[in-house]
Design a binder for this molecule. Structure first.
Ligand code: RAM
Length: 350
């Protein structure tokens, strides 16, 4: 499975390189209107994870003949995103692909955008389930259970299945991190009898770095100050896990670290043994698939109802069909695990 997906990832990068040289937009792909004006909005633009996500989205835009803009705030908050959502309404975009920094705060602005005729797809981080009608579908990496439990298994591997664990998350408002953390709680308790949560329960063991490097480092330090015997820290954010690895190395600490890390950023820390393993899906693929979903919805060929399908890819080899599951969610596939054996291969891609 992993090998096959790696080949897909490499194929998509190759397509991106080709598209980059083509410059002008294609006439459009089967069933997709040409000339769509698409906004791709991350939680924050200054985050390498979203740079990769936008790279995939931009590749898709070229393939379908759309005009794409990557825009968003420099701080990952709902309030900051709302200003950009208002901007895309004023500028008459047809499509918005967005990773929600705040599952609730952006909903009124999204509903305003929808009322203005903008087709919305969330990707990476969804809005709250109660606001599912504001978007056509959410294109997410994998089920929360799959991602959350994998992270617990990684920290167990790094700690020998013993000791107390803390979480260094992004923000309390982020639906994706919250869903993964919710899945970690009962899994750790049932699968690893010699492991526990530093605060007694998973909810009381979470620190928030706001997807900001400085705040993440401060919160990492706060975990160690409050729980000097902490055995491991799970950071389900690329910003947090990088800050944790850097701080562990700088201070020669022994606490085990894992989480969702960008291989290009985590490579040095896995190679030198600071971190045993981390994992992630391919954010390039995630952005690519989300743009296809949104463009088909804006073209009237995809409705986003549960069980409905859309495709991504413009050649026989890359074209793949995706099916919407419960809650209007479409999944990309299982996350990859990176360790010393494969980190260099992935680091070269994203
Ligand atoms: C950060 C963001 C993003 C999340 C990744 C793993 O870059 O919080 O939403 O999916 O980490």
């Amino acid at each position: 499975m992993q090998k096959r997906l790696t080949r897909v990832a490499i194929a998509i990068v190759a397509v991106a390189a080709l598209a980059g040289t083509t410059a002008t937009a294609n006439a459009g792909s089967a069933g997709i209107k040409g000339g769509l004006k698409i906004a791709i909005m991350p939680k924050a633009v200054n985050n390498g994870y979203f740079t990769a996500w936008a790279k995939g989205g931009t590749t898709a835009c070229k393939e379908i003949g759309a005009r794409c803009t990557y825009l968003g705030p420099t701080t990952a908050t709902g309030a900051a995103q709302v200003q950009f959502i208002n901007q895309i309404i004023q500028q008459h975009y047809n499509v918005l692909v967005i990773s929600a920094a705040d599952q609730n705060a952006i909903v009124p602005a999204l509903n305003k955008a929808k009322a203005a005729g903008i087709t919305i797809v969330t990707s990476d981080a969804d809005v709250d389930a109660s606001a599912a009608a504001s978007r056509v579908t959410a294109v997410l990496p994998a089920s929360s259970t799959r991602i959350g439990t994998a992270e617990v298994d990684w920290i167990a591997a790094a700690t020998g299945g013993k000791g107390s664990i803390a979480i260094l998350s992004a923000a309390a408002t982020a639906a994706n991190q919250n869903a993964w953390i919710a899945a970690m709680g009962p899994y750790l308790t049932s699968k690893y009898p010699n492991m526990s949560w530093v605060g007694g329960t998973v909810d009381k063991s979470v620190f928030y770095g706001n997807d900001d490097a400085t705040t993440s480092t401060q919160q990492f330090d706060a975990i160690l100050a409050q729980y000097p015997n902490v055995a491991g820290i799970i950071s389900p954010t690329t910003v947090g896990v990088l800050a944790a690895a850097q701080e562990k190395k700088a201070k020669s600490l022994t606490v085990a670290i894992t989480g969702l890390g960008l291989p290009s950023q985590m490579g040095p820390y896995i190679t030198d043994g600071t971190v045993l393993k981390v994992g992630l899906w391919n954010p390039i693929d995630l952005g690519y698939v989300a743009v296809y979903a949104a463009a088909e919805a804006a073209s009237g060929t995809f409705k986003g109802t549960v069980g409905s399908t859309f495709y991504a890819g413009n050649t026989k080899k890359t074209k793949k069909t995706y099916t919407v599951t419960a809650g209007g969610i479409t999944y990309l596939g299982d996350p990859f695990t990176f360790d010393k054996s494969n980190i260099a291969t992935f680091a070269a891609i994203y």
